[in-house]
Write a protein that binds this ligand. Structure first.
Ligand code: NAD
Length: 428
């Protein structure tokens, strides 16, 4: 366990924010505002299961801040979802949107549920009933959910459809932007599915530019092979990187030469996890290893793309890598970060590394508002330039203040937020 009492995730988020606020002397009133969510919505809603029995689920929607624009953030379906976790995730969304300069605020939602234990029919009823329970707490100009762990475009389509039906016939189409990450046919954007993984790769390219490393010579370890980790792995493989170790909730596999990632992609798509791949006809050169091997196998780049608090002090001491790209939210504990810093391991923080998802979500929202679809090339160009610019600004702030990359990212975000508060002031 880290420290005497393990920090809660929200305490970690507050601590990260406070370190940056100290650096640029943020006024106390702004600190108070930004360390508390504006609204905390908790709903308990009943759903009938396939066997006829009823079950009550608990759902959350935490709206952290909307000074820059409507609340924005994903919805997580996971057994460990609780108020503290969603509060932290909502705060990180505020800083992420501010950092990359998009006019959106921060929010997050979740339901305490293991989606793997429910049929598609049950999941559909759960998603629709959760949407109904949230009611006018969400909306295309108010609070806009998106996918996160355990949710996908299918579920976003159900949210949109439920909300549109409740909005009445005259508003059915106007409210399409109530949620992003929808399927293409329901108003989604080209490039949204892979946007977060793509963004992680752009941040890696930027880091290569800073350090002189060659992308096609890098070896990689990935935790999580879902939406974010899977797309990142695929795109990194296409760029010439070799992925040597991958772990997820089903197992950990390693390959000295580097995996055949398209084969692993198909395997995980069909089986739901990496387990079994090493023994299959596609897993030539792959072996099953202990889950600790994920944190001890030497690689150039380590990409946590699963859940929070995965890089603990103990693991930070064994990781053999040059840089960590935080594709997941909150994967590194504050104590672990100090160890990594002392060991000279670069950390590209979550609010920068995984911002590609919310950037393309913003593009989807804009497309819905204008009822026009952008080309894949257009989406990708805008994603790249937005993230490149954010990475440049973080590097500038690091040099200006002599601080860590995470502190610099928060400083860039905070300056934008504080500037708006200074001009608008606080009403009444
Ligand atoms: P996902 O549900 O598609 O995938 C989650 C992955 O984590 C799966 O491969 C799963 O096997 C793995 N996993 C779960 N529990 C694990 C455990 N105990 N040990 C090892 N692996 C485990 O979710 P996702 O959308 O890819 O999200 C992953 C992370 O990225 C989360 O932190 C999420 O908040 C963050 N994120 C997602 C997006 C997005 O657009 N989906 C955007 C920004 C950040």
């Amino acid at each position: 366990m880290d420290a005497v009492r393990q920090r809660s995730l929200h305490e970690t988020a507050v601590e990260q924010f406070q370190r940056a606020a100290e650096l640029i002397d943020v006024e106390d009133r702004y600190r108070q505002i930004l360390t508390h969510p504006k609204n905390e919505v908790i709903v308990n809603f009943p759903v009938q299961m396939d066997n006829g029995e009823w079950q009550v689920f608990r759902g959350y929607r935490i709206q952290h801040n909307n000074v820059l624009g409507p609340y924005k953030g994903g919805i997580r379906f996971h057994p460990d979802v609780d108020l503290d976790e969603v509060k932290a995730l909502a705060a990180w969304m505020t800083f992420k949107c501010a950092l990359v300069g998009i006019p959106l605020g921060g929010a997050k939602g979740g339901v305490t549920i293991d989606p793997n234990r429910h049929s598609q029919a049950e999941l559909q009823r759960i998603v629709r009933r959760f949407t109904h329970s949230l009611g006018s707490n969400i909306g295309p100009d108010h609070d806009i959910p998106a996918p996160d762990v355990g949710t996908n475009s299918r579920m976003m389509d159900w949210i949109m459809d439920t909300f549109a039906n409740l909005a009445g016939p005259a508003n059915r189409h106007a409210v399409k932007g109530v949620v992003t990450g929808k399927s293409l046919v329901c108003g989604g954007s080209l490039g949204r599915e892979e946007a977060t993984g793509q963004g992680v790769l752009y941040s890696l390219r930027h880091w290569c530019g800073e350090t002189g490393a060659r992308l096609d010579e890098l070896t990689i370890g990935i935790q999580g092979f879902g939406n974010v980790g899977g797309h990142f792995g695929r795109l990194a493989y296409e760029a010439g990187c070799r992925v040597l170790v991958v772990g997820d909730h089903t197992g950990t596999i390693r390959s000295e030469k580097g995996f055949d990632i398209p084969a692993l992609w198909d395997w995980v798509g069909a089986k739901g996890g990496v387990a079994g791949f090493a023994d299959s006809e596609f897993g030539i050169d792959a072996e099953d290893v202990d889950s600790n091997a994920l944190f001890t196998t030497p690689v150039d780049v380590f990409v946590p793309a699963a859940l929070e608090n995965q890089i603990t002090s103990a693991r930070a001491g064994t990781l053999e890598c040059r840089v960590i790209l935080e594709a997941a939210n909150g994967p590194t504990t504050p104590d672990a970060e100090l160890i990594l810093e002392a060991r000279g391991v670069d950390v590209v923080p979550d609010i920068l590394a995984n911002a590609g998802g919310v950037i393309v979500s913003y593009f989807e929202w804009l497309q819905n508002k204008s009822a026009r679809a952008w080309t894949a090339e257009d989406v990708d160009n805008r994603l790249r330039t937005t993230l490149w610019d954010a990475n440049d600004q973080v590097v500038c702030a690091m040099k200006e203040l002599g601080c860590s990359r995470r502190e610099a990212a928060y400083v860039v975000a905070l300056r934008r937020l504080v500037d708006v508060y200074d001009r608008r002031d606080i009403f009444p």
